[in-house]
Design a protein around this ligand. Structure first.
Ligand code: OSB
Ligand code: MG
Length: 370
């Protein structure tokens, strides 16, 4: 199909409460939504970047530049059919996975709308609803954390993840475990440790955690291997896995026992599916991570998590855990059994609320051929 235009929407979405990790505090989520217009249809995608390069090197600023100056020109001058062709077109743009993934998502949405098929069906998803958990940011102190966890459990979340950082790790995890001896619990360090400073985490091995997520630097696969030998608890990689090849290497060197798959981080849903397939073939559990997405990105995460290898609950919480007003008309709600329904309408299965978009918009740029 020939694309008529591609529009970038830089938006800022206030969170219902600040989200603190080892790399900083987020009060409002900034990201870039991409809309693609073609043959009377519009496809939407979300670049899960943030204002600051805390999670990885990409920001709303870098994504804007890469999309405007390099990705859009490769799409607008020639017709394009699908995600595979998109990946070929952008192959000589190194890195910038979050930026690319947002455009790929918009193409998937468009493709689904043209065929009248949901993204879940296009990707080969099997489940109509997926099991989810909640990611809890760092709180003032362990007591406040226990209170916050108690509230999410009361809301119906069946799996809790807490963020940790040096000085706020074993004490926090022990407090939650003491208060709730039997809940499925995991921790996420977002690369805040080294192999040396990680030794303080040894007591975590007695807390029956599901996993320890990304303790070391993203480029430190070999030390994750050494660390995994020291811990019984599975190490799960997030930031380290940017491609199918990274996943292969990590598994081959036993750098982890579980992989967190985020479509943005790996450059798109097509790569995410390939990593899922690899892990499934090797019996490695995967789960769908989150980046505080709006309803657009959340819809894609739900579709991805409906694939059969996603055997652990995803970081895909209900809309009200993030935003008082989301960017989509549809709001995702938590159902019994700690599940959320996977959208079944064509494409992503969500519609963008134009008034909400206008309110959240910081900048908009429409790019067309010629
Ligand atoms: O490391 O998984 C992470 C949010 C932003 C950036 C990185 C991460 C997270 C989360 C929140 O943990 C997951 C979510 O609920 O979207
Ligand atoms: Mg993580």
């Amino acid at each position: 199909m020939k694309l008529d235009s591609l529009t970038l929407h830089h938006i800022s979405m206030p969170l219902v409460s600040p989200f603190e990790t080892s790399f900083g505090v987020t009060h409002a989520r900034e990201c870039i939504l991409v809309s693609i217009q073609s043959e009377g249809l519009t496809g939407w995608g979300e670049c899960a970047v943030d204002r600051e390069p805390g999670y990885n090197y990409e920001t709303t600023g870098t994504a804007w530049h890469i999309l405007k100056d390099f990705v859009a020109p490769r799409l607008l001058d020639l017709p394009i059919t699908d995600a595979a062709e998109f990946q070929t077109r952008v192959k000589n743009i190194r890195g910038h996975n979050l930026a690319k993934a947002g455009v790929e998502m918009a193409l998937w949405d468009l493709h689904g709308k043209r065929l009248g098929k949901s993204l879940k069906d296009l990707l080969g998803g099997l489940r109509a609803r997926v099991e989810v958990g909640v990611s809890v940011g760092l709180q003032e102190n362990p007591e406040a954390l226990v209170k916050r966890v108690e509230k999410y459990l009361a809301d119906g979340y069946g799996r809790i993840k807490i963020k940790i950082k040096p000085g706020r790790d074993v004490g926090d995890a022990e407090a939650v475990r003491r208060a709730f001896p039997h809940i499925p619990l995991q921790v996420d360090a977002n690369s805040a440790y080294t192999l040396e400073t990680c030794q303080v985490l040894r007591p975590l091995d007695r807390l029956k955690l599901l996993l320890i997520e990304q303790p070391l630097d993203e480029d430190d696969l070999w030390n994750h291997h050494k660390l995994q030998k020291q811990f019984h608890t599975p190490i799960c990689l997030d930031e380290s896995i940017l491609s199918l090849q990274h996943a292969r290497s990590a598994l081959e060197m036993d750098a982890c026992k579980i992989i967190n798959i985020k479509p943005g981080r790996v450059g798109g849903l097509s790569q995410a599916v390939l990593i899922h397939d690899l892990c499934r073939a090797q019996g490695i559990p995967v789960w769908c991570g989150g980046m505080l997405e709006t309803g657009v990105g959340r819809a894609a995460n739900l579709a991805l998590a409906s694939l059969p290898g996603f055997s652990l609950p995803g970081d895909i919480s209900a809309s009200d855990r993030y935003y008082a007003r989301d960017i989509t008309h549809e709001r995702f709600k938590l159902d019994p059994g700690s599940t959320i329904d996977v959208p079944s309408a064509p494409g992503l299965g969500v519609t963008v609320d134009k008034a909400a978009l206008k309110k959240a918009c910081l900048a908009e740029l429409r790019l067309a051929d010629g």
